[in-house]
Design a protein around this ligand. Structure first.
Ligand SMILES: CSC[C@H]1O[C@H](OP(=O)(O)O)[C@H](O)[C@@H]1O
Ligand SMILES: Nc1ncnc2[nH]cnc12
Length: 290
């Protein structure tokens, strides 16, 4: 049996998880770089929780400066089996209002200045990304939202842009014409790397604004985002606490195979693999590389 360890990546405005038992910030080293911050080790009703503030406490890292590989690797080293991202996002449709929570089940990656894979020269792997999020995590998050009376929309496409500037109106309308639902700057390559690390992944996208396409709303700015985020953070913390209390203590096998993603992904044969790269892959791919 594999014990569940719930990882939480806190986005803008979500830098701490107060009131947890046995809470302790621990620095985890990663061969991939420097994680955004120490990881808060704690538990809720006996379920181990590992919390990492994505931009660091004090919001010191922009979306392009975050070392997503180091973050996912450090969370894997900290024992995480299931990873929930909590993010601020802009709404690309009228039906998603500031304060609403969305559970995206698809992503479009428009980022271009980030390291997107643990694999490469000396060990090539191609993981499946057709279904990038975990249906079991979605169900658990939906139930937690229901119990906490938080409005949540299940499903939708999250457009990940590079930033740090917000979109032009032409870009925003382009993404709307692609039928995207919400926009943010961080869930890619995070979701790809979580899959490579065989972590079940889900993102809670908390709507803070209507980006810049909506005639009846002012264009997005950070002050407005912070205001909505302050209202949202309490809700997000309640959601996480409820999710943890009701979470299965034994990690259930992922119905879409996220927790076994590497079994059918590595194409480089053992004799051709680079030993230096294999050393760095000890946490994310140790299960299959031995
Ligand atoms: C502070 S507004 C823009 C910023 O907020 C979101 O971050 P996160 O996903 O970590 O909550 C968005 O993606 C941008 O990075
Ligand atoms: N409109 C927006 N675009 C990109 N990232 C965001 N994060 C919050 N609102 C956003």
């Amino acid at each position: 049996m594999v014990q569940s360890v719930l990882g939480i990546v806190g986005g803008s405005g979500f830098y701490n998880l107060p009131g947890l038992a046995h809470a302790e910030w621990r620095h985890i080293e990663s061969p991939w770089g420097t994680p955004s911050d120490a990881i808060l080790f704690a538990d809720i009703d006996g379920l181990p929780i590992r919390f990492l503030p994505r931009h660091g406490r004090g919001h010191k890292l922009s979306p392009s400066d975050i070392d997503y590989r180091a973050n996912v690797d450090a969370l894997k080293r900290a024992g995480v089996t299931d990873l929930v991202s909590v993010s601020a996002c802009g709404s690309l449709k009228k039906k998603y209002k500031p304060g609403d929570f969305v559970l995206p089940d698809q992503f479009i990656d428009r980022t271009f200045a980030r390291k997107t894979s643990f694999f490469g020269k000396g060990c090539v792997a191609h993981v499946a990304m057709g279904d990038p999020t975990s249906p079991l995590l979605h169900k658990a998050l939906e139930n937690a939202a229901k119990s906490e009376k938080i409005k949540m929309h299940r499903g939708g496409t999250y457009l990940a842009m590079e930033g740090p500037q917000f979109s032009t109106r032409a870009e925003s309308n382009l993404y709307r014409s692609w039928d995207c639902d919400v926009i943010g700057m961080t869930n890619m390559p995070e979701a790809k790397l979580a899959r490579e690390a065989e972590l079940c992944y889900a993102s809670v996208a908390m709507v803070t604004d209507y980006d810049c396409w909506h005639d009846d709303h002012a264009h997005v700015d950070v002050a407005a985002i912070i205001k909505v985020m302050q209202e949202n953070t309490g809700k997000a913390q309640r959601l996480v606490a409820r999710l943890a209390r009701d979470f299965p203590r034994e990690h259930p096998a992922c119905p879409i195979g996220s927790d076994k993603a590497l079994e059918v992904a590595i194409i480089t044969p053992p004799e051709a693999r680079d030993p230096e790269l294999l050393k760095k892959l000890d946490a994310v791919a140790g299960r299959v590389l031995g």
